[in-house]
Design a protein around this ligand. Structure first.
Ligand code: HEC
Ligand code: HEC
Ligand code: HEC
Ligand code: HEC
Length: 194
């Protein structure tokens, strides 16, 4: 046998298991990292770069206490994480129509999250609803929506998406219940605090 070939073949054979173990270590550590991010968050600081001040959002209260509009239960995960359900489910809630990933078959719940599998499919709101003038990291462009009462096209920047999600629910809550404090759209500084 040609000596040089034998040497190459030998290197290749040694190389294979080395490569395989490097790959295995790599995937183990990314898996550990993604599982760590999969605990239900407690308090999340949003709007860190808002001039009015940041917003301290109690995720645990919203996701586990009786924070629904009627006050009879917690808010379903997908009321906020609206893309984290199959497209067929999204379609039941127009004007929403987008699922991410597009071919997902699971709906985000506390159980799905703790299962820690790859089917959780959860990404940050801002990775689609980017700040004005920036390109989202997970979406071709900042999402748009036709205004419900006019021909206007709304650009769902981080500001508009969060305000519609958060403050619009609070406005509905105020119509149904007087016993709770949920900052409506005009109560800027009950959410934004310096
Ligand atoms: C229900 C809570 C809430 C209320 C009320 C609220 N905001 Fe916000 N606001 C947020 C959240 C949450 C974000 C987006 C956070 C993010 O992208 O991290 C935001 C984002 C913003 C941004 C964009 C910040 C940036 O530079 O990315 C501006 C500006 C802003 N709000 C102004 C206002 C003003 C003015 C009012 C009152 C008319 C108001 N907000 C009322 C929660 C609220
Ligand atoms: C994978 C991209 C993506 C992610 C992640 C995402 N959105 Fe959206 N969002 C969209 C698109 C696209 C639309 C336009 C409607 C549609 O296609 O479903 C939209 C629409 C909306 C609307 C308008 C719905 C209405 O009726 O007013 C709100 C509010 C909203 N998103 C808030 C959020 C919040 C809050 C988060 C994070 C908890 C989030 N979105 C995460 C892509 C995304
Ligand atoms: C009232 C709205 C709302 C509800 C309800 C809600 N979330 Fe969230 N969740 C958020 C927002 C806003 C964030 C911050 C993400 C961001 O910056 O885009 C977040 C973040 C998270 C994160 C952290 C993601 C990361 O990248 O670190 C996890 C995990 C999560 N939510 C899971 C859930 C699960 C599971 C449920 C249901 C049991 C749920 N959420 C219910 C709004 C909500
Ligand atoms: C589907 C309804 C709903 C959505 C969506 C929602 N909230 Fe709330 N929120 C409530 C209710 C109900 C309360 C009052 C609960 C109480 O006082 O018992 C509340 C209270 C609050 C309070 C007062 C302090 C506290 O935690 O009780 C803040 C601040 C707040 N929400 C911020 C936000 C932000 C920021 C978002 C969006 C990321 C958001 N909320 C989305 C229903 C909602």
């Amino acid at each position: 046998m040609n000596r040089r070939f034998a040497l190459l073949a030998g290197l290749f054979l040694i190389g294979l298991p080395v490569c395989a173990s490097v790959l295995a270590i790599g995937s183990r550590s990314t898996r550990a990292a993604s599982q760590e991010a999969r605990k239900l968050p407690d308090v999340i600081v949003l709007a860190k770069d808002a001039r009015l001040g940041q917003v301290s959002f109690n995720h645990a209260n919203h996701a586990t206490k009786n924070y629904s509009i009627s006050g009879t239960g917690p808010i379903a995960c997908v009321e906020c994480h609206h893309t984290a359900q199959p497209a067929s489910e999204v379609a039941k809630h127009p004007p929403l129509k987008t699922a991410w990933p597009a071919d997902r078959t699971t709906t985000l719940t506390a159980d799905l999250l703790s299962s820690g599998g790859d089917s959780v499919g959860l990404i940050a709101c801002r990775s689609c609803h980017a700040r004005p003038g920036t390109t989202p990291v997970n979406w071709p462009e900042i999402p748009t929506l036709k205004h419900e009462d006019s021909a206007a096209i709304l650009t769902l920047t981080n500001q508009l998406a969060f305000h519609r999600n958060c403050a619009n629910c609070h406005e509905e809550v105020a119509k149904h219940r007087q016993d709770v404090k949920a900052p409506g759209p005009q109560k800027c500084t009950q959410c934004h605090k310096k």
